[in-house]
Each structure stands twice: as structure tokens, then as C-alpha cells.
Ligand binder design. Structure first.
Ligand code: 4AD
Ligand code: MG
Length: 478
């Protein structure tokens, strides 16, 4: 038998009646004759034509939506529209049957909500095939970007005893008997008897360990899963998400912003070049979806336009203080249309404010810097004004915050003072403080939420649809 060829490659092969073999899953089977076959290598199906007069009736019945088959035949030019080549089958083998009565994925449009319930099968739809091929490309591009620049990929721990963000949103990790945990003399749970001899949790960020690496290797990045037990049921939050966290010695905040902007443009460009067909499909899908929305909620740009626009324009850079002035004077604030009104300096920005700045005011990606220290983590470098820190958030259209980062506080006294103010136990982070004792230097880093990036590039509306098996409150299926 001829060697199997993937459909993506086959569709680019010149037809010369050569014998080929393909394997994949049946999408549809029309008129006892035309199989639309997909093997996940491309969004396009291959048409396999069955000679039904010379094919066993029992076999024809088993060519059903969802079945896995192997087809051997001649590659010929296609007369039908929508494809240039097709396979005229001489032999069909059923590898795995799929009972059409029971198969949940019918050849019709299913809602994204329904598909989420059958996430084990949703890869087999055009939409999810495209999403996960784009996700794959983006993650490859992330590595390529950093590797080209001499960054070291560092694996930071998944189980840790620290809460890097100090937000108290970590999932606990324990092996203690929950019904009967050992107690200390004062009646508290005795974590000394736990597996690690102390209380541990799943990491919320690899940053603190990343900083340790950067203090020797200069430029490092992490790219791994992070976990947050925040009970937010939004279209932008997951309990388990992937984060890319570069950390660079000798970088100030401007260098940090340049790197982040460069990274985002690089990976978006990579996807546009390598996943054109998938992104065109997703762009089309979005346009269809938007037809169902009221006029003022529709976007005047297609997904492809939005991605290109992001590549062609510098991100707008301004301080938090400048942003607050814009928001205070904005129409939705004056007309009390914001759910959280901006009364003055110091307010934490909600996603409605971020989206106003990006989508209405500047109409392009925005980098906000120098936030009030009260609303940011302890490790950010303090500015001389005593009020703000060298933070940066990158805000994207339709997404809100996609990147959060900062220049780090490298001065031991300032860092310790801030930890005291924020009640962060210095003893637990002795190793982190050591980097400020031995060869401290200016350094910076950021975290890019990978699923928020995939959301942007695929034009999807819900973060649960861009990770294979989403984790969110009350859901850990699959
Ligand atoms: O802003 P965050 O919390 O920053 C940090 O964790 C820093 N330690 C990063 C660093 O400087 N190395 O998270 C960074 C990014 C956010 O901008 C967002 O894109 C994403 O991670 N993110 C989430 N994505 C999905 N679900 C969640 N629950 C997320 N929380 C944060
Ligand atoms: Mg943040």
C-alpha cells in the first residue's frame, strides 16, 4: 500500500493519477459517493470519491460522520468546486466506526456552549481545528522569538511555598488527611508534617524564580501553566492558564516595553504568515457571528484587519495618571455610564476603563505605566514621587490587559520596607532578597497571558474556547 500522506500536503500536490493513501475522519458522506475527509492537518477537507456501484453495501453504510477511515486511490484533478484535487478511491477501509445515531457532532452548526460540553470532540470542528493550530503556531513563535535573542528557557517550579503576586489566590497543595489533619499545640494545622514540611500551593507566577535565573543568565523566559483560585467567572479568566514570563537583567522599563511590544508583533506576524488559511476562516466566522449583533456593537474591522493594524502601529504609551485624566473627562464617566465611576487618582482600572482607552479613545493597543503603588505588587520599583511604581500593563482591543510587568525593585532597603508595609514575610523570601544582597542590578520583566493572546489572534470571545480543556469554577471535566 502507498504511504499515507497528510491532507494538507496532498491538496498541494499536482494530480497525475498517482496512487495515494489518506487517513482521517469523515466529516460528511453525500450521495453514497462523496466523502469529505479531514485529518486535522488543514481546515480544508479532501474529497474522496467512492465508486458506489463496485463497493459493498455494508461498507458504504459504515462510512458515517465521525468514522475513521483509510482511503487508497488515484489523485486526480477535481471538477467539483472548492477543491483542485480529489481522490478517486479504489479501496476504503473502516478503521473505527462511528454510530451516526449516537455521535454528538452532527454536520451542522453547533453552539460554542454545546461544544464546550463535548470538548473531547470539539477538535473535530473547523473552528476548533483552526484555533488549536493557531495556538500551536503562537507557542512555537514565542520560543523562536526568545531563542533568536539568546534568552534561556527556564523551567520554574509548579509547586511552591510562595505567592508571588501576594494576592492570596493560590490553590493549596497538601497530602494531609483532610478529615483529621495533624495540629500544632496552638490548634493550627501542622504543615511541618505535610509532604514538603511546609504549606505549599500551585504557582501563580514563575516570576520570583525567574528573577533568580536572570541574575546569572541575563535573559530568561518561562512558558508554563500557572494557577489562580480567583472566583471570577468571566470570559477573560481561567483557573489554569499558560503564562510567558521573560526576565531581563540590565533592562529598564522602556527596554521592557520595547521587548513586550516586539514579542506581540512578532508572534502575531508569525501566525498571519503560517496560519493564513485558519485565520481567514476565523475572520469569516467572526463576521458571521457579528451579523447577529446590533450595529453599534459590531466591529468595523475584520479580524485580519485588526491583526494587521496591530502590526502596523506603535502602541500608545502613557502613564496611569494621564489615563485617569482622560477617563475622568470621558463621556461615559460624565454621563455615569461606567459601572465604576472614575472619581480621582488611585482607582484601580476596571476592564470597562481599559477597553474605553483602547477601543474608543486611542483605537489601538495601549501601554500604561507608573501605577499607584497601592494597587500593584510588592516587587515593583518605586518611583521618586513616593506614590507610583515602575509598572506597565499592555491593553489590547477586545481583551483588556494582555501583559502585566514592571521594572523590579533592586534596592534592598526599599524592597524590605515595601514588604513590611504589605505584610509580606521576609523570612520566607530570604532567597529572593539575597539577589538584592549579592550583585543586584536594574532588571525588568513581564507576564504575557498566553490564552489572552490566543483570544486576540483567533477573534474568539471566550477564553474557555482557546485552551483545550478549560479549568474554571465548578469545572474540571476531562
Ligand atoms: O498581571 P499578572 O497577575 O502578572 C504577574 O503574574 C507577574 N508576576 C508577571 C511578571 O511580571 N512576570 O498576570 C500576567 C498576565 C495578565 O496580564 C493576563 O494576561 C494573564 O497573565 N492572566 C490571566 N489569564 C487568564 N486567566 C487568568 N486568571 C489570568 N490572570 C492573569
Ligand atoms: Mg496584572
Amino acid at each position: 500500500m502507498s504511504q499515507r500522506i497528510k491532507i494538507k500536503a496532498l491538496l498541494q500536490t499536482a494530480p497525475a493519477e498517482q496512487e495515494v493513501n489518506v487517513k482521517g475522519w469523515v466529516r460528511t458522506f453525500r450521495n453514497n459517493q462523496f466523502i469529505a475527509l479531514n485529518d486535522g492537518s488543514t481546515n480544508s477537507n479532501l474529497q474522496v470519491v467512492v465508486d458506489f456501484n463496485n463497493t459493498d453495501e455494508a461498507l458504504l453504510k459504515r462510512i458515517t460522520t465521525g468514522a475513521a477511515i483509510s482511503a487508497t486511490g488515484k489523485l486526480i484533478a477535481s471538477l467539483g468546486k472548492g477543491q483542485t484535487v480529489e481522490v478517486k478511491a479504489t479501496e476504503i477501509e473502516i478503521l473505527g466506526d462511528s454510530d451516526p445515531e449516537k455521535y454528538p457532532l452532527q454536520p451542522k452548526k453547533h453552539s460554542l456552549e454545546f461544544l464546550r460540553e463535548i470538548a473531547h470532540l470539539r477538535f473535530r470542528t473547523n473552528t476548533f481545528g483552526a484555533i488549536f493550530r493557531v495556538r500551536n503556531s503562537l507557542s512555537f513563535a514565542v520560543h523562536q522569538f526568545f531563542q533568536e535573542r539568546g534568552f534561556v528557557y527556564l523551567h520554574t517550579p509548579v509547586i511552591t511555598a510562595s505567592d508571588a503576586e501576594g494576592a492570596g489566590e493560590a490553590f493549596k497543595v497538601t497530602n494531609l488527611d483532610l478529615l483529621n489533619p495533624p495540629k500544632t499545640e496552638t490548634g493550627e494545622i501542622d504543615f511541618k508534617q505535610d509532604f514538603f514540611g511546609k504549606a505549599t500551593n500551585l504557582t501563580v507566577s514563575g516570576q520570583l524564580e525567574g528573577e533568580l535565573g536572570a541574575m546569572a543568565l541575563s535573559d530568561i523566559y518561562t512558558f508554563g501553566p500557572t494557577f489562580r483560585a480567583e472566583n471570577s467567572n468571566t470570559t477573560r479568566h481561567l483557573a489554569e492558564f499558560w503564562m510567558i514570563e521573560p526576565e531581563m537583567a540590565f533592562y529598564d522599563l522602556d527596554d521592557n516595553m520595547d521587548l513586550a511590544e516586539g514579542l506581540l508583533k512578532y508572534v502575531i506576524k508569525y501566525a498571519l504568515e503560517h496560519n493564513r488559511e485558519d485565520i481567514e476562516f476565523l475572520s469569516q466566522r467572526l463576521q458571521e457571528e457579528e451579523k447577529g449583533k446590533p450595529q453599534q456593537e459590531r466591529s468595523d474591522m475584520t479580524l485580519l484587519d485588526k491583526l494587521q493594524f496591530c502590526l502596523d502601529n506603535d502602541f500608545e504609551r502613557l502613564t496611569y495618571t494621564q489615563a485617569i485624566d482622560i477617563l475622568k473627562d470621558s463621556t461615559p464617566n460624565k454621563k455615569k455610564k461606567f459601572q465604576y465611576l472614575i472619581e480621582g487618582w488611585g482607582a484601580d482600572l476596571q476592564s470597562e476603563h481599559e477597553r474605553y482607552l483602547v477601543e474608543k479613545h486611542f483605537k489601538k493597543p495601549v501601554i500604561l505605566t507608573d501605577y499607584p503603588k497601592e494597587i500593584k505588587a510588592f516587587y515593583m520599583r518605586q518611583n521618586d514621587d513616593g506614590k507610583t511604581v515602575r509598572a506597565m500593563d499592555i491593553l489590547f482591543p477586545g481583551i483588556g490587559e494582555i501583559v502585566g510587568g514592571s521594572q523590579r525593585e533592586e534596592r534592598l532597603d526599599k524592597l524590605e520596607q515595601r514588604m513590611d508595609e504589605m505584610d509580606i514575610p521576609k523570612e520566607d523570601l530570604w532567597w529572593y532578597l539575597d539577589t538584592r544582597r549579592f550583585g543586584a542590578c536594574p532588571h525588568s520583566g513581564f507576564g504575557l497571558g498566553f490564552e489572552r493572546l490566543v483570544l486576540f489572534v483567533t477573534g474568539m470571545g471566550n477564553i474557555r474556547d482557546v485552551i483545550p480543556f478549560p479549568r474554571f469554577p465548578k469545572n474540571a471535566e476531562f
